[in-house]
Design a protein around this ligand. Structure first.
Ligand code: BGC
Length: 420
């Protein structure tokens, strides 16, 4: 076997792992997204050529993207029942951390009615991680809401925040001793933007006022959840997962530089300043960069993912350094990865990412972990099942999972880096 040649130095306690979210892998959930999927699947399939027809890999994805089934999560990888197998995959890759979300709609399917079975499930799930010495990173809201909560107006109403906090308190009371790292809210600005600014995600409302209100209510939800978590006693570490991109000027014109700075501010800082005060670390999701010319984004697109996203893994270094200068918090990469069904670019992406993290740490960034998105192929929200982000490929018919070659390579690298 060829030995990995990278000579990287990461701290012994560094967390190496992968991430998932309940609705994207568990299968058979019932929340505001599943309702929306059933209502919209046919339209989405009919619009596929218009939406994705320009992608280089259109001929490869065409059949899946044109099928309504693609847009309905249904059974997915059935992670809810097959999680042990998936934890085996983490261990095969020599990982010591795992990020997942607890599905609120399972735990509280009706307002105020706790589902004991679901609670027991997540307790067993956490026990299993502990047994395997895998550090859990628990997400409490990753885009999905119980149907009853959405019907009450979800995070549009400040008076609804109390229901989320009650759920958080229930989780703490039941299993708070079994985890340390908590992500209260995944990408609050992405959720608010997609659902209320663009109106592309449920509840498909397009209103700037609502968008602003939801961001502020999520900030309040984070603050109240963080206070509840810290009051719980154990040494919990709390953050949101912030989707960050790196905006950089493509030329030296003043307009370009100004636009890049303004865009960066609105993407990151405007949102972050509402959340950081109640965060012990900063969870960072990094997928792409934006090259700015004048007031426009024009990316190099030398390499793109199956979704057509520009791939600039090396810029993670600058994104981390910038966040470090501004917020001076320890950080954890809570998501990072790409849709690459044929696994042609993932090994390259991972290599560049490892180098970028090392360089950022050499520049003083306090990085505590790296969680790849994703452990498994999963349900990519409004795009459905065809984008393949998994370190493990999932055959949705048979339910089998297979570590892609890049994941096997990554496992060997981790063995080496962790000195195992
Ligand atoms: C989200 C994930 C999503 C990934 C890839 C992140 O914005 O947290 O749920 O699958 O990006 O698009």
């Amino acid at each position: 076997m060829q030995q990995p040649k990278l000579s990287l130095k990461f701290p012994k306690r560094f967390l190496w792992g992968a991430a998932t979210a309940a609705h994207q892998v568990e299968g058979n959930t019932h929340n505001q997204w599943t309702v929306w999927e059933l209502e919209n699947a046919k339209t989405k399939a009919a619009q596929a050529a218009y939406q994705y027809g320009d992608l280089e890999n259109w001929s490869q994805i065409k059949a899946a993207a044109k099928s309504p089934d693609n847009y309905v999560s249904a059974k997915l990888a059935d992670h809810y029942t097959r999680y042990q197998e998936d934890f085996d995959l983490l261990q095969k890759m020599h990982m010591n951390a795992y990020r997942f979300s607890i599905e609120w709609s399972r735990v509280e399917p009706e307002e105020g009615a706790w589902n004991v079975e679901a609670i027991e499930h997540y307790k067993a799930y956490l026990r299993e991680l502990k047994r395997r010495e895998i550090e859990p990173v628990v997400t409490l809201f990753h885009f999905t809401l119980p149907v009853w909560f959405a019907a009450r107006g979800g995070f549009e109403k400040h008076s609804n925040v109390q229901y989320f906090v009650r759920f958080v308190e229930k989780i703490l009371e039941e299993m708070g001793k079994d985890f340390r790292y908590v992500i209260t809210i995944n990408e609050p600005e992405v959720y608010a933007f997609e659902s209320y600014y663009l109106g592309d995600w449920p509840p498909n409302r397009r209103s700037k006022v609502m968008w602003w209100r939801v961001i502020n209510n999520l900030a309040s939800a984070h603050r109240q959840a963080a206070i509840a978590i810290h009051a719980h006693g154990r040494n919990h570490k709390v953050s949101i997962a912030k989707n960050t991109g790196y905006f950089y000027a493509g030329d030296n014109a003043w307009l370009t530089r100004l636009s890049a700075a303004v865009m960066q501010y609105f993407q990151d800082d405007y949102v972050l300043k509402k959340f950081v005060r109640h965060s012990d670390f900063l969870g960072v999701n990094y997928y792409f960069s934006y090259r700015v010319y004048g007031y426009r984004i024009h990316n190099p697109d030398e390499r793109v993912s199956d979704l057509g996203w520009d791939l600039s893994p090396e810029n993670l270094q600058y994104a981390l350094e910038r966040l470090n200068r501004k917020y001076k918090l320890p950080m954890m990469i809570t998501e990072n990865g790409l849709a690459d069904e044929r696994d042609e670019q993932r090994q390259w992406w991972l290599t560049q990412t490892l180098i970028a993290m090392q360089k950022a740490m050499d520049e003083g960034v306090r990085l505590e972990g790296y969680l790849h998105w994703s452990l498994l192929d999963n349900f990519e929200w409004d795009k459905g099942k065809w984008p393949r982000f998994g370190l493990a490929a999932v055959d949705y018919e048979k339910g089998t999972r297979t570590l892609r070659p890049s994941a096997q390579w990554f496992g060997r690298v981790l063995k080496h880096i962790r000195g195992l």
